[in-house]
Design a protein around this ligand. Structure first.
Ligand SMILES: *Cc1c(COP(=O)(O)O)cnc(C)c1O
Length: 377
């Protein structure tokens, strides 16, 4: 096939369910064009009943905003240290710096590619020995694969350090039957354009403590004290979601489970067609883990092979991407403390994210697999 003629295949593109515009239209008809209104309330209720477990939800303008407020609610401030999974998107770590605190990066484990409980405990002991107990832990369910909740949370509770659960990529994933986004002292979701459901841009802060939701909304709406005029005793933010974008979210909630099913179908397809190769490995679900398979990622046998596959796909107008570059390798975090075991560096060298949209068609998947098979021959 000629790459110029062939349709572009994206890594992960928005996939509307069909009813989104009805909710948006209703907002226009009733003139609820503001960062509050029935769609905001309805979207929060939809998320809450989907997650269950008595959570309280504040819908916000982005996942990054949710992380920023979440860390603030956990008491992170100037000069504090926050332990953060190194292998993640920069948005997991940036809000630590917004607050004047310092990230300390923790490497991954092989089983899930997420925060390594062993390195986490080494880091906690070492930071305490050096005179400063970390203020919070940012743990991430990368690519929709849950982190080892039991191991990570038992260490966190032993040392009494709260967890901010970054569930931006894991809406719809479960760990031993419990939904991701309900484990952390505070958890966050993202509805950015490439996520499993999207509002074009948006996020949510989740907590079992209703006071966290209340305070998050107070801070997200410019921290207005209760008075007839504008009275402020705290610095606020403009972080609330709008009633228009929340309308898109209400429509997307109706198709979340089918998006999860489609993304898992992508993973199964790739695995079925590529697992015979000794040069490619897939990340399997450990017992009790259910991943939404937001992105299907492969581990190739070498950096050279990864690049060959990536460039061959690009030649055929197919988008793919190396795994997240670990934060401890980023210039902007060069002076941060690290607790490393080599795993995230290795995964970054050899790993590749394949197109994984819930709107991919079978012929797209066949096209992708045939390019990869050609490279493997
Ligand atoms: C997308 C993402 C975020 C940030 O969410 P936005 O809504 O884009 O601000 C945070 N953490 C992870 C792991 C993400 O993938």
């Amino acid at each position: 096939m000629n790459a110029i003629d062939s349709k572009r295949i994206w890594l992960s593109s928005p996939h509307m369910g069909g009813t989104e515009q009805d909710f948006v239209k209703k907002a226009f008809e009733t003139n609820w064009v503001a960062p509050l209104g029935p769609n905001v309330d309805g979207f929060e209720k939809d998320i809450q009943s989907y997650l269950g477990n008595d959570v309280h939800v504040a819908a916000l303008s982005s996942g990054t905003a949710a992380l920023h407020l979440g860390l603030k609610l956990l008491g992170v401030s100037e000069g504090d240290e926050v332990l953060c999974q190194s292998m993640t998107f920069a948005a997991s770590a940036n809000p630590i710096v917004y607050l004047g605190a310092k990230p300390v990066f923790i490497d991954s484990e092989r089983d899930t590619w997420n925060i390594c409980a062993e390195q986490l405990e080494i880091a906690i002991k070492d930071r305490i020995a050096k005179g400063k107990k970390p203020k919070a832990i940012v743990a991430v369910h990368l690519y929709g694969m849950p982190y080892n909740v039991e191991a990570v949370h038992s260490i966190a509770s032993e040392y009494r350090i709260p967890i901010l659960e970054d569930s931006a990529e894991a809406f719809g994933s479960t760990y031993h039957g419990v939904k991701c986004g309900t484990f952390g002292d505070i958890a966050i979701l993202s509805f950015n354009g490439n996520k499993i459901i999207t509002t074009s841009g948006g996020g949510a802060l989740i907590s079992k403590d209703p006071k966290h939701r209340e305070k998050a909304i107070f801070l997200a709406t410019q921290a207005r004290d209760n008075a007839p005029h504008y009275e402020h005793s705290e610095i606020g933010y403009n972080y609330r979601i709008s009633n228009i974008t929340a309308g898109i979210g209400r429509g997307q909630m109706q198709v979340l489970d089918s998006h999860v099913a489609n993304r898992r179908r992508n993973f199964d397809f790739y695995k079925k067609h590529l697992e015979n190769s000794s040069e490619i490995k897939f990340l399997e679900e450990p017992q009790g883990y259910f991943a939404n398979r937001w992105l299907t990622c492969i581990e190739t046998s070498s950096y050279e092979l990864r690049e060959k596959i990536r460039l061959s796909l690009a030649d055929e107008n197919i988008e793919s991407r190396p795994l997240w570059k670990p934060m401890h390798q980023q210039a902007v975090f060069a002076d941060c403390a690290t607790y490393l075991n080599g795993i995230s560096d290795d995964l970054f060298d050899r790993g590749l994210c394949l197109p994984s949209g819930s709107n991919l068609e079978e012929e797209d998947l066949y096209r992708i697999v045939s390019v990869i098979k050609k490279v493997l021959k």
